[in-house]
Ligand binder design. Structure first.
Ligand SMILES: C[S@@+](CC[C@H](N)C(=O)[O-])C[C@H]1O[C@@H](n2cnc3c(N)ncnc32)[C@H](O)[C@@H]1O
Length: 283
């Protein structure tokens, strides 16, 4: 293999180049890169600049930004977005699902009208929608008799590919109890021999993974019973959050719920939701 790594002649991206990246990223996906992120952006782009054989950030950006529909632009967005997630992250949301929301749905639709529609918006590598699916299976009476459709979307095709494969190294699945692991995961080995687990088809089949840029029209039909949009809006500015939250409101059925990340309060955002408890809102 030819090593195309070159020497990058700058230690940090210039002010002007940082502004260009920040503007392009904001326009494309709403992610607001403040000046405080300059070092981080420099570090994350450096690898790519070198791998592509450029000597300066400017040369790289001249090429990438000239083609915002190109593959390299997607790679740039991927390298700047944060995909951190985990199974049962912010577990009180799943406790709320199990103890409050699902019992309500069962009360309303437990007869001949057994269906649930939900959306994990910004699902990253899939741990969030899989945790939702497991929670539904564990909380619904006769879960197989329910028509469950979970949508899961992200702007990064890289994380979506991992999400739909549903295979995780054992350390990522460690937080799942042995009982749930035995029920919903198959043990396997990664190609390098690392122990791993794949989510069972019963769970995988409940979820449709799809590319969606939340700045664009939603690719799913409502109404949804609930939407998880957690640890995504933290990267957006208030006007962008406001637009998005109001669009989620339209997408939910009356009485439907929006879950946001624990550090994402809707303070300062105008919206018609009813506050239920921290980071849980109801239409
Ligand atoms: C930190 S992860 C959150 C994952 C999961 N929701 C959780 O809380 O664990 C944020 C995800 O939002 C996605 N994202 C950022 N901007 C987006 C946009 N404009 N449209 C869709 N997804 C976006 C990123 O690609 C990333 O996978």
């Amino acid at each position: 293999m030819i090593n195309v790594l070159t020497t990058l002649q700058e230690t940090e991206i210039s002010d002007a180049d940082f502004k260009r990246v920040a503007q392009a990223v904001y326009k494309h996906c709403g992610i607001h890169l403040t000046d405080a992120k300059r070092q981080l952006v420099s570090a994350r782009l450096a690898k790519r600049v070198r791998a592509m054989g450029y000597k300066t950030y400017r040369e790289y950006l001249d090429s990438v930004l000239a083609n915002p529909n190109g593959e390299e632009f997607t790679i740039l967005i991927d390298s700047l977005s944060t995909n951190l997630t985990s199974f049962f992250r912010e577990n009180d949301h799943f406790i709320f699902l199990k103890t409050k929301l699902i019992p309500l749905i069962v009360q309303e639709r437990g007869g001949s009208n057994r269906y649930i529609r939900a959306w994990s918006a910004g699902c990253s590598t899939g741990e969030e929608p899989y945790t939702i699916a497991i929670t539904l299976m564990e909380s619904l009476p006769q879960p197989a008799s329910w028509d469950i459709k979970l949508m899961a979307s992200d702007i990064s095709t890289k994380v979506l590919a991992q999400a739909s494969a549903g295979t995780y190294t054992a350390d990522k699945v460690q937080v799942v109890s042995p009982q749930l692991k035995a029920k919903y995961f198959e043990p396997r080995k990664m190609p390098d021999g690392t122990p791993a687990y794949t989510v069972n088809p019963t769970i995988r089949n409940l979820i449709t993974f799809k590319y969606a840029n939340l700045m664009e029209p939603f690719p799913f039909q409502g109404p949804m019973d609930f939407i998880f949009c957690r640890n995504v809006m933290i990267y957006f500015d208030k006007p962008t959050q406001e637009k998005l939250v109001n669009r989620y409101y339209q997408m939910l059925r009356p009485g439907g719920y929006l879950f946001t990340g624990h550090s994402e309060s809707l303070t300062g955002v105008k919206h018609p939701f009813k506050y239920v408890q921290a980071t849980i809102y109801q239409r």
